[in-house]
Design a binder for this molecule. Structure first.
Ligand code: AMP
Ligand code: GLY
Length: 417
């Protein structure tokens, strides 16, 4: 059972379906893409009670959680309680994503490289701190804010404005009761991932994510407009540093804090002149990073997930293709603001045979073959090959065949400057 309905979850379903160990897959709620290879269940990912009921009825032998909210709500603890094998961290371990204050205190305590920061639970103290500080300065909500809780302020009024929104106007509710204020790091940014059973840490290939809506990293933040893997600046030395100075120490630290972390750990990392430093941790696979990393995985994903659950990850050899992978997100007009849905998508059958299309906001139309838009991010179009330049060209040639009213996408994904 896969929980979630985005392109990350379609990618997971696609990958799981390749395993000879998998007989049937259920997705809650899924989309038009998953409907073709799995059974969609009309259940909200946050409805832990309904999900557990269905997991028992369907005799689910492996559950995987895509988004952070169900993890933070304790779905893993719940499924463990009813004896359904589930891949993901417990509610306590998910704090590494659901509380930035906790994550920062952990990193400071265990010497894991990150931006210098201070946490505040009162507006007045945070305000005084901001007024004494050099710019730019980063203001972050403690809790989950759907990727919108971070402001990089270039002036004191902008920083105070962000603080007021979080702590006084409470735009993210309880997520803004505490804030983290930190130094602004510069460098190249990447997303690092590792599977862990709480002891053994096995890195995935890493990726670069494009968060802003427009070319050249302009405009508001989105859930992610594209990604490619591996980053062009990745080297074996850098991969080793990320594993040894970030991923392994944080897994050890979580064990010491009695919040053992099992699942996939996602570190947003800035490669600074002083080495890699953590921007944030997430307790799950990335979106759109999954769409460009899982296609490069050569090992059976089911074997890895079960080894994590059973605590014997050390016995698994995880292998990756040497290829590169580029994914471009097609979005509805208006996204990340308000948008309309229900437009037919054409051209999906006119693509090169080796192109992958992972659905996000889509639904099946009145005819079974008809696919309609049903969200802000609609599709991730993915190509794989030997060089970034070749794969980028392949993905953009194919994406131009796909159409729906108002569709837009960034033209500079995987452009190396
Ligand atoms: P986060 O949700 O913490 O990953 O923050 C969202 C985005 O804000 C990151 O992907 C970075 O691009 C940026 N960011 C977060 N923290 C910092 C920082 N300390 N310095 C510079 N950029 C940051
Ligand atoms: N790629 C951003 C995220 O998954 O949170």
């Amino acid at each position: 059972m896969v929980v979630g309905g985005g392109a990350r979850e379609h990618t997971l379903v696609w990958k799981l379906a390749q395993s000879p160990k998998v007989k049937e897959i259920f997705v809650a709620p899924g989309n038009a893409g998953t409907a073709r290879i799995a059974h969609n269940l009309d259940i909200n990912p946050n409805n832990v009670v309904s999900l557990s009921k269905v997991a028992q009825e369907k005799r689910i032998e492996l559950a995987i959680i895509g988004p952070e909210a169900p993890l933070a709500n304790g779905i893993v603890d719940h499924f463990q309680g009813i004896g359904v094998p589930i891949f993901g961290p417990t509610k306590k371990a998910t704090e590494i994503e659901s509380s930035k204050v906790f994550a920062k205190e952990l990193m400071q305590k265990y010497g894991i490289p990150c931006a210098r920061s201070t946490s505040f639970s009162t507006y007045t103290q945070a305000k005084e701190y901001i007024q004494r500080h050099t710019l730019p300065i980063v203001v972050k909500a403690d809790g989950l804010a759907a990727g919108k809780g971070v402001t990089i302020a270039r002036s004191i009024p902008q920083a105070l404005d962000a603080l007021t929104n979080l702590m006084k106007s409470k735009v993210f509710g309880a997520a803004g009761e505490k804030v983290v204020i930190e130094e602004c790091l510069s460098g190249k940014e990447m997303s690092a991932f590792a599977f862990t059973d709480g002891t053994t840490v096995i890195p995935m290939v890493s990726a670069c994510d494009y968060k802003r809506i427009y070319n050249g990293d302009q405009g508001p933040n989105t859930g992610g407009m594209g990604s490619y893997s591996p980053p062009h600046f990745m080297t074996p030395t850098l991969a080793k540093m990320v594993k040894e100075t970030i991923m392994q120490p944080v897994v050890k630290a979580m064990e010491k804090e009695r919040k053992p972390y099992e699942g996939v750990l996602y570190g947003g990392v800035m490669i600074t002149t002083d080495g890699p430093k953590v921007l944030e941790f997430n307790a799950r696979f990335g979106d759109p990073e999954s769409q460009v990393t899982l296609p490069l995985l050569k090992t059976d994903l089911v074997d890895i997930l079960l080894a994590v659950i059973n605590g014997n990850l050390a016995q698994i050899k995880v292998e990756w293709s040497e290829d590169v992978c580029v994914g471009v997100v097609m979005a509805s007009a208006g996204y990340p603001g308000s948008y309309q849905t229900g437009f037919p998508i054409s051209g999906l059958d006119d693509l090169d045979t080796d192109i992958l299309v992972f659905h996000a906001g889509t639904k099946v139309g009145s005819e079974p073959e008809e696919v309609l838009t049903n969200g802000g991010r609609v599709l991730t179009v993915v190509a794989t090959g030997k060089t970034i330049a070749e794969v980028k060209e392949k993905v953009y040639t194919n994406i131009s065949q796909i159409h729906f009213e108002g569709c837009h996408y960034r033209k500079d994904i995987a452009e190396i400057k």
